[in-house]
Design a binder for this molecule. Structure first.
Ligand code: UD1
Length: 430
């Protein structure tokens, strides 16, 4: 088991290069099997979730090759199985994207019922509603979802709740259906748009992605393409909040500033300076932090995947802030860990009431999930003394070279894998 060990208190300074969006890459890699031609995808982050999905894609018989660290080639012509094993799906929910991709291409698919980060109940009723509307029979039994169809036909689908996963899964299956599909109340997240652009580059006919009504004219076949994944707005936001918490001055590069507007707005409210460039954002967090309020919402609202990192920052802001989580009901589990570092946070239902403290103090804490793990690292970077973050396995699901990037910004931290190495680090820095 690896840990991050951090000596906090150094303001982060410098430039950091943001990688490809994990959540876009997961959907795009799954969609790549929808043609028998080769597909080359660039800007794929080298993170655990992506690597697990690539394992699942290989396991059903597709050819997968990492040409370079961030370039992947997939050829789906050799697919021999349409059943995605529980071994993969229990590690990443996103392997359910293979359901939409395989159903579209082969009219049949089967995946185990998904697991994933434990941040709330994660139903898939809307995915199923969409597949059924397209004409598939969907059955759940023995822990598996099976979908099959003689024929997939376009339909008008209203999503009762905005769901990124359901929008993308339906988008994939509908691309290879007959006729026209309309998805209403669709998710508008940048990675939904990225998946639609990717599918269009393979010959799909999707319009309106990025709005709440997406129209898809089914096509018979998709073809090979070369495509580059958009930058990761959550990785970018994490570094922006790390800059704020440490009173640093960080420029995050290779980003689309428009995707970061909600994060930028909250940092401005908290008293930071934010300067936007064409493809970079600079955060100067030298002034004292102020309290503010935030509610997570579907895009363009404040992303739930930035909620723990934002809370870690507000824990150091003067006054009382509120953080309302409206997407996942169990996303405050990290608060107890932050409290061990001196944070003063009370959770009432889906609202965290955060009374700012002057400083955090280093402690041994456990990452309960991916983004909460990143929030604990941010707190550790800002804290007095030494913080050890256990279970960084979760953090590695979504951040490529996290400690290396932070070290380049001046952080005193290391990735270690034994108590002896923790002690060695402490001796070295004290
Ligand atoms: C994706 C992201 C995740 C992020 C979330 C919300 C990936 C791999 N993961 O997850 O990091 O936190 O978007 O931005 O992209 N819901 C239903 N029925 C469904 C599907 C969802 O009720 O069939 C509900 C969920 O319980 C949740 C809300 O809809 O309350 C949003 O979920 P959704 O957007 O589907 O999240 P994911 O796609 O799983």
């Amino acid at each position: 088991m690896e840990q991050y060990v951090i000596k906090g208190g150094t303001p982060l300074k410098g430039d950091v290069e943001i990688g490809g969006a994990k959540n876009a890459a997961l959907a795009i890699l799954a969609a790549a099997v929808m043609t028998d031609d080769s597909v080359i995808i660039r800007n794929v982050p080298d993170v655990r979730d992506v690597n697990v999905l690539l394992g699942a894609i290989e396991d059903i018989g597709a050819h997968v090759e990492r040409i370079e660290r961030n370039v992947v080639m997939i050829n789906g012509s050799t697919i021999s199985g349409l059943s995605v094993d529980y071994e993969y799906i229990k590690k990443i929910r996103a392997s359910y994207y293979l359901l939409g991709a395989l159903l579209g291409k082969y009219r049949r698919a089967e995946v185990a019922l998904p697991g994933g980060c434990d941040i709330g109940t994660r139903p898939i009723d809307l995915h199923i509603k969409g597949f059924k509307a397209l004409g598939a029979d969907v059955d759940i039994s023995y822990g598996l979802i099976s979908a099959q169809a003689e024929k997939l036909e376009g339909a008008h689908i209203y999503l009762d709740k905005v769901s990124v996963g359901a929008t993308i899964n339906i988008l994939m299956a509908a691309s290879l259906s007959e006729g026209k599909t309309i998805i209403d109340n669709a998710a508008r997240e940048p990675h939904v748009v990225d998946v639609a652009n990717f599918l269009n580059s393979m010959g799909a006919d999707i319009r309106g992605a990025g709005t709440e009504s997406i129209r898809i004219n089914g096509v018979k076949k998709l073809h090979g393409t070369e495509y580059s994944v958009i930058p990761d707005q959550i990785e970018a936001g994490t570094f922006m909040f790390a800059a704020a918490a440490t009173h640093g001055d960080v420029t995050v590069r290779n980003v689309i500033p428009k995707h970061l507007e909600a994060t930028t707005a909250k940092l401005l409210e908290a008293g930071c300076q934010v300067v936007e460039f064409d493809d970079a954002v600079r955060v100067i967090g030298t002034a004292p932090l102020h309290s503010t309020s935030v509610t997570t919402l579907p895009y363009p609202g404040f992303p739930t995947d930035m909620q723990p990192q934002m809370t870690a920052v507000l824990g150091l802001a003067s006054g009382v802030s509120t953080v309302t989580e409206s997407i996942w009901e169990n996303r405050f589990k990290y608060v107890d860990e932050l409290a061990r570092m001196g944070a003063n946070i009370r959770v009432e239902s889906n609202v965290a009431i955060v009374t700012g403290v002057d400083h955090y103090t280093g402690a041994r804490v456990q990452a309960p999930d991916l983004r909460a793990g990143a929030a604990l690292v941010i707190a550790g970077l800002a804290a007095d003394g030494i913080t050890v973050v256990d279970d960084i396995y979760y953090i590695q699901r979504g951040y490529e070279a996290f400690s290396e990037k932070l070290q380049r910004l001046g952080a005193t931290m290391e990735k270690v894998d034994s108590e002896r190495e923790i002690q060695k680090f402490i001796l070295k820095v004290s």
